[in-house]
Design a protein around this ligand. Structure first.
Ligand SMILES: Nc1nc2c(c(=O)[nH]1)N[C@H]1C(S)=C(S)[C@@H](COP(=O)(O)O)O[C@H]1N2
Ligand SMILES: [Mo]
Length: 400
């Protein structure tokens, strides 16, 4: 189950510990064909709403409605119903709205970049892994000179000027002004994986909330409303979602042989999403369908799980200019270009296991994570509407 240094080097992975035996060739092959660590632009999955989809509008229309870098304008205003006290709101009508040049001026001093996996709370499977670059949202809020009565930040993007289509999210003001638990800041994002944020990903400017599921990261951002209201107004709240949920830790498979010969070892690969809870282990378990499972153990805590190998940082990071991590990326060491910790929180990591051969029969393969506190998936937060952490199961046939 271990990957040797030679095998790892050949696969473009970091050498692992010296005592690791060479990888079995079946497993090396499966690892070689894993997805790139950072997701290429065309491989991001798109779940955006809108009729028409804002990113599908003709260029002329995009220019007219501020969906290009040249015409983008951001208003930051007080909520008329629950006013926050602002000295100088940023408005279109006064000509004080923030434009892209203004954002780039702020970026010269305040730009940050950090790795993050974008995951839809409802879909569960990550949409893509990126290094997101932007200006902390607080820098723009400070431009309005807020004085008091500011408890929450509402924000939304372009929605075809149809209130029915508006997709809104919100955050407590404290989360925007300060970054608790060493999280990266909430940003106005304009670059992804070293390139301008494209229209499909919400360009020219979207919000990115590092620790949150995707619905907090509003695309085609046009308006920020500072409010004294004390509760959320998120569009996702209307769908029975737990809108304060932070990213969960869970594992899923990428490649599993569906049909193998008796006694033949089975290479399996997968990814884990590393939530705020961190990751200490990925485990796998294969069970014959002929065996009856004990009742009263819905999360299979008594099953004979075995550890999979969490793969080391890749040598080739995938979709980045020159294949290099941009300078000053949070979580990375500039001198070496390597991550400071591994696996990284709020990111993906890959894993692999070579399962021993089995007699003919029908089987179910499952995988799970153990987080840094020792919680086995789907604990400590098993509810689906807080984000996916269900234990995945895959059918497998052993047949001569
Ligand atoms: N303006 C706007 N922003 C949006 C959405 C949307 O429909 N409109 N969808 C949200 C949801 S539900 C998710 S999961 C993420 C997906 O981000 P992505 O399309 O870049 O992968 O965008 C979020 N931001
Ligand atoms: Mo979503």
């Amino acid at each position: 189950m271990r990957l040797g240094a030679a095998g790892a080097a050949a696969l473009g992975l970091w050498p692992l510990t010296a005592d690791a035996a060479p990888a079995a060739p079946e497993l090396s092959k499966a690892i070689e064909t894993l997805e790139p660590y950072f997701t290429p632009r065309e491989k991001f999955r798109d779940v955006s709403r809108g009729k028409p989809l804002p990113h599908s509008l003709p260029d002329e229309k995009k220019r007219a409605v501020g969906l290009t870098r040249e015409t983008w304008k951001l208003e930051v205003i007080s909520d008329p119903d629950n006013p926050a006290t602002l000295r100088s709101p940023l408005t279109q009508k006064d000509g004080t709205a923030l434009d892209f040049d203004g954002l780039m001026k702020l970026a010269e001093k305040h730009a940050v970049r950090f790795p993050k996996v974008m995951t839809c709370l409802n879909i569960g499977c990550p949409l893509g892994m990126g290094i997101w670059e932007g200006v902390p949202l607080r820098e723009v809020i400070w431009l309005t000179q807020p004085r008091e009565n500011l408890r929450r930040v509402f924000y939304h993007g372009y929605h075809n000027d149809d209130p029915q289509q508006m997709f809104r999210s919100s955050l407590p003001i404290s989360r925007v002004l300060e970054d608790p638990f060493d999280l990266p800041p909430v940003i106005l994002c304009y670059k992804l994986n070293g390139q301008w944020l494209d229209s499909e990903r919400g360009g020219p400017v979207r919000v990115v909330v590092p620790e949150a599921y995707g619905f907090k990261s509003i695309k085609w951002l046009t308006q920020v409303v500072l409010t004294n209201l004390y509760h959320a107004n998120d569009t996702y709240a209307e769908g029975n979602n737990d809108i304060d949920s932070w990213l969960k830790t869970f594992a899923a498979t990428i490649s599993v042989p569906r049909e193998v010969k008796p006694g033949e070892p089975m290479p399996v690969t997968g990814y884990a999403q590393v939530g705020l809870a961190g990751l200490s282990k990925v485990q796998v378990w294969i069970q014959s369908n002929a065996v009856e499972r004990p009742t009263g153990d819905p999360h299979f805590t008594t099953a004979p799980w075995t550890d999979a190998e969490i793969l080391a940082p890749p040598k080739h990071w995938g979709a980045l200019p020159d294949g290099k991590i941009p300078a000053n990326t949070l979580g990375f060491d500039d001198a070496t270009g390597q991550p400071r910790t591994w696996p990284m929180r709020l990111a993906k990591v890959h894993w692999a296991a070579l399962l021993p051969g089995l007699p003919a029969g029908e089987y179910t393969l499952r995988c799970r994570t153990i987080d840094e506190k020792g919680n086995a998936q789907p604990m400590p937060r098993p509810f689906q509407k807080s984000g996916n952490a269900a234990i995945e199961s895959v059918d497998l046939t052993v047949k001569s």
